[in-house]
Structure formats: C-alpha cells, structure tokens
Design a protein around this ligand. Structure first.
Ligand code: SF4
Ligand code: SF4
Length: 325
C-alpha cells in the first residue's frame, strides 16, 4: 500500500458525489501534479503469503536500477513544481540490492520517502528506514510473534525511535475472527496506527463463512478506543460488510476510483502505469516527461475509465482504492 494514512485522508477528502462530478467534468485532465509517486523497485519478494494480491509479471522483469532512479528523479524535478512523496514498493522493496542507496539518494535530494515492507529486513536496514516519512509494515498473520519481535527490536534501536510506523493487517481467514485480539496484542508495539485492510479477493473468504460474526467484530473494533488508533481500509461500514464480501454488485457502478488523480506509478522497467493492477503502460519515464504522461491522452482515458469502474469487473471490483461511498 501507498502511505496508508495519507491515502485514507485523501480518500476521505475526495470520496463522494461532488468529487466524482468534478473529476468527471475535467474529462480525465488533472490540474494538480501527483501527490505520490509509487516506485516499484522489484516484483520479487522474500515471503509467499497465501493472501498476496500483488501482481507478478511472468517472466519477472529485472529490478529497477540506481541509474534509472537518477533518471526518474531528474524527470520528476523537470516535470512538476512541487516534489511529490516517493513511496517505495514491491514485491518487497527492501530486498532490492540498492534499497539503502536509493532511499538515501532520494532523501538527499529533498524528497519525502516512504515504503511498504513485510518487515523481514526492518531491523537490518534500520538506517535506511529511519530517514523515511512513514513505514507501512504488513503484519505477517502466519507469524504474529515474529512481527512483534521485529517491531520491538526496531523500536528499541535509535533509528526506530524516530520512525513513524503503520502496522497494516490484512483481513484473512486467520485475522477475521481475531480483530480485537490482534489490536490488543500490538498495543505495546512501537507503531502509530493499526490499519486493517479488507481483502481484495473476497470470494474465497465469503464462501460459507458467517458474515454476521465478522460484521460484529468490525463494529466492536470500530467503537472501541484503543491506545493506538485503529482504522479499516477501505472504510466499509460495519453494516455493509456482508455486501462487500458476498455481493459483487455492491456498491453500485457509479462508485468509481479517484486514485489516478493523485498517484502515479513507475514500474521496474520505468514504464508508467495508472495503478498497480492494470497492466497496460501509459508512458515511459526514461523517454517522456512525466508531466506529459500525467495529462497525456492515455492517462486521461485511464482516469475516465477508473472514474466509472464497474462494480463487478476485476481488478476494480474490490480494490481498496475505489470510492465505496
Ligand atoms: S510480503 Fe507482500 S508482496 Fe510479499 S508475498 Fe506477502 S503480501 Fe505478497
Ligand atoms: S479501483 Fe481500479 S483503477 Fe482504481 S486503483 Fe483500483 S484497480 Fe486501479
């Protein structure tokens, strides 16, 4: 995930009918530069979570190079008047051989950098992580104790003490029945927020499971005040949980996606994409100015399509970035 807190804030600000009407009236044109540029350093990962929904091209392309990062940085500087947040993403970005060098390079050029990580190398690479605006650590639900221990070690280090960490907990068969228990368990962890991420693959979860119990678990967490704030992404109302997981017509085709109005994505081969889940490239960050791509015909067409993304069609159907309300 991109910086969860800020994406959620943007969603809250942009969701709703008025924002969609405004975006529709612009016919795909975006007057402001991207708020985030999400940079996929590698598609490789050192874990194989069963709930993983990250796309993995086959064959895997080579990782982005440090040289490409330098080209990208120049392109951003020449394209946009303000520096967007750069979010390092994967696969698992920290296994990129130049992860520390890339984070340091971008920091040195004045960018706010953040990253999503499974946390396996959080302590080992604490120096690189410590310079980041925000770190999203995904909870490994198969090893809660391991994540707890890693976070504690990181938090005790001098680098970890100044880091802002969001613990991102995927809603899986395992975590679904234990939402409150997981929150309680991490109340002493060095994290600023806990975010439960509803699955983007609700089909298998929904089959034959008791949605009423799950709905009550979500409602209970939402109404409890924990020391560490807890939220859900997307923020589905407790009463709509059954529909989200079992009824593919929810929320109705008029609820599209405003994500491509504030995020631009760069893949390891320097192709630009509108979002992580749609494969067709919208430009090439080695060859074209990003500002040209951002409001070029392909990007504008993509925004138009995303705005009216249909409820039933993959991959938008249960994407956390679409506007459900
Ligand atoms: S850590 Fe993330 S990218 Fe890696 S397998 Fe798990 S969910 Fe997928
Ligand atoms: S809703 Fe669709 S267009 Fe928007 S980010 Fe998700 S997959 Fe991409």
């Amino acid at each position: 995930m991109t910086s969860l807190k800020e994406l959620q804030n943007l969603h809250n600000g942009l969701s709703g009918k008025a924002a969609r009407i405004f975006a529709g009236a612009c016919r795909g044109y975006c007057v402001v530069p991207p708020v985030f540029i999400k940079v996929i350093l590698t598609y490789r990962c050192n874990l194989s979570c069963e709930f993983c929904s990250q796309p993995r091209p086959d064959p895997l392309p080579p990782d982005i190079t440090l040289k490409d990062i330098e080209i990208l940085e120049r392109n951003i500087r020449n394209s946009f008047p303000a520096r967007p947040r750069l979010h390092l993403f994967g696969g698992e970005p920290s296994i990129h051989e130049d992860f520390s060098a890339i984070a340091g390079y971008l920091n040195a050029r004045g960018y706010a950098v953040s990253a999503s990580t499974n946390g396996a190398l959080l302590y080992e690479l604490r120096q690189a992580f410590s310079g980041m605006r925000e770190i999203n650590v995904s909870l490994n639900t198969a090893d809660l104790g391991g994540t707890q221990e890693t976070l504690a070690r990181f938090g005790r280090s001098k680098e970890g003490r100044r880091a802002r960490v969001t613990l991102a907990c995927p809603v899986t068969d395992f975590s679904r029945g234990r939402l409150a228990g997981i929150v309680e368990r991490f109340q002493d962890a060095p994290v600023q927020r806990i975010v439960f991420q509803h699955t983007t693959l609700p089909g298998p979860l929904a089959q034959g499971r008791d949605m009423a119990l799950f709905r009550e678990a979500v409602a209970a967490v939402k109404k409890t005040r924990f020391r560490i704030p807890v939220s859900f992404f997307p923020d589905i109302r407790a009463g709509d949980i059954g529909k989200y997981y079992c009824d593919f017509c929810f929320p109705g085709k008029k609820c599209g996606c405003l994500y491509p109005w504030f995020v631009l994505l760069v893949r390891p081969d320097m192709s630009v994409a509108g979002c992580n889940w749609l494969q067709e490239p919208l430009g090439d960050a080695r060859q074209e100015k990003l500002s040209g791509i951002w409001n070029g015909p392909l990007y504008r067409q993509f925004r138009d399509r995303a705005l009216y993304a249909e409820a039933k069609s993959a991959p938008c159907a249960r994407c956390c970035h679409r506007t459900y309300y």
